[in-house]
Design a protein around this ligand. Structure first.
Ligand SMILES: Nc1ncnc2c1ncn2[C@@H]1O[C@H](COP(=O)(O)OP(=O)(O)O)[C@@H](O)[C@H]1O
Ligand SMILES: [Mg+2]
Length: 345
């Protein structure tokens, strides 16, 4: 059995995963850590998928891994998703997996996926239209709750909802009306009447979440391979939200319990790397959000120390790390782990 690694780049040849959307991780550091003995490496642009990648996927006895990037622009993301879905259907092993691409900037899907993998999360309710609210309230939804949209960062769409009226307001603001408002009020009211009670009037995706009170901070934890990097992020004054506060510290060490928790979640997600937002609750640690693709690497690039899993225990390494090198190393060890004929070497 042969093994190929396709590195799929965007159409200007970049592979964004650094802090800036336009920077590429494909630096000399990346390539020097990429030990590709016995692996056929093919670099291709997305636009060359049918020309260069599909033929590889047709070769018998050839295991094809695809390392690819995503985009935070939804129009480009949709294009990438369609291609990666096709590649998976043709037998490619995607790194990260298609579920992780689906989870990118999608807190809605993340809740479904966390539940499927039994990853600890605040209790959540998923809402698809304003009409769903009545059902959720009848079946025990209690206030306050946290509301958030699938996409967004820096706490921008995250709100504390204290009452039914607040929730209706949040939904009216963030869901899309199915009947387009018209200048002619008479015609508009007529079409509203026609649809009412037959079709949902405001649709979209909202995540409602049990409010975990008394948070002074959360933890941004990046696990790459067997290394754990963390950043303690304090909440803003008089605000429960930590993400986007700009008030964080990489000097404070997480407990080993938290390090274990983060590593176990990474194992459950079956991913070589993951970025997570973690908070503490009376029920233990909970995953607020995770990203396995296109996450900010600041936690690693700014780190002066990290935990390394060695002989089943955690060793504190007091040294900076090179992000691209860490990605390349764990990418290759994932491929070797999956290709046992190579792992024997
Ligand atoms: N269910 C919750 N209970 C309490 N605090 C929460 C909850 N969900 C999010 N937060 C707080 O809000 C911040 C932003 O939430 P998050 O879902 O990570 O959105 P964003 O993508 O904008 O960072 C988190 O860093 C956390 O401090
Ligand atoms: Mg977050």
């Amino acid at each position: 059995m042969k093994t190929s690694l396709v590195i799929l780049k965007n159409s200007v040849g970049g592979f964004p995963q650094l802090l800036d959307e336009v920077e590429s991780i494909l630096t000399p550091h990346f390539y020097s850590a990429l030990n590709t003995d016995n692996i056929n490496v093919v670099e291709a642009l997305y636009v060359q998928y049918e020309e260069l990648v599909v033929p590889l996927l047709k070769i018998e006895d050839n295991k094809v891994f695809i390392f690819y990037c995503s985009s935070q622009h939804s129009s480009y993301y949709n294009y990438i998703f369609d291609i990666m879905m096709d590649a998976q259907s043709r037998g490619a092993i995607l790194i990260p997996s298609l579920d992780h691409l689906k989870s990118h900037e999608n807190k809605f899907y993340q809740e479904l996926y966390k539940a499927r993998l039994t990853i600890p999360t605040p209790k959540s309710w998923l809402l698809g239209s304003i009409e769903d609210i009545a059902y959720l309230v009848r079946s025990g939804l209690d206030f306050p709750v946290i509301a958030k949209l699938p996409q967004g960062f820096g706490s921008k769409t995250v709100s504390k909802i204290n009452s039914l009226e607040d929730l209706l307001d949040y939904s009216r603001t963030h869901l899309t009306p199915t009947v387009k408002p018209r200048k002619n009020i008479f015609k508009y009211k007529k079409s509203l009447k026609k649809y009412k009670d037959k079709y949902p009037t405001n649709t979209g995706s909202i995540v409602l979440q049990e409010f975990i009170p008394q948070q002074t901070h959360d933890w941004k934890v990046l696990v790459i391979g067997n290394k754990v990097f963390s950043l303690k992020r304090y909440t803003r004054d008089n605000d429960f939200r930590a993400s986007g506060s700009g008030n964080f510290s990489g000097d404070e060490l997480p407990s080993l319990e938290l390090v274990d928790f983060a590593y176990n979640v990474k194992q459950k997600l079956k991913t070589p790397w993951v970025s997570m937002d973690i908070i503490e609750s009376p029920r233990g640690y909970l995953i607020i959000e995770y990203q396995c693709i296109h996450f900010g690497p600041y936690t690693v690039t700014s780190s002066k120390q990290h935990y390394l899993l060695e002989d089943n225990s955690w060793r504190l390494v007091k040294a900076p790390a090179i992000y691209e090198e860490e990605l390349a190393t764990s990418l290759i060890s994932t491929i070797r782990g999956e290709s046992s004929e190579l792992a024997v070497k």
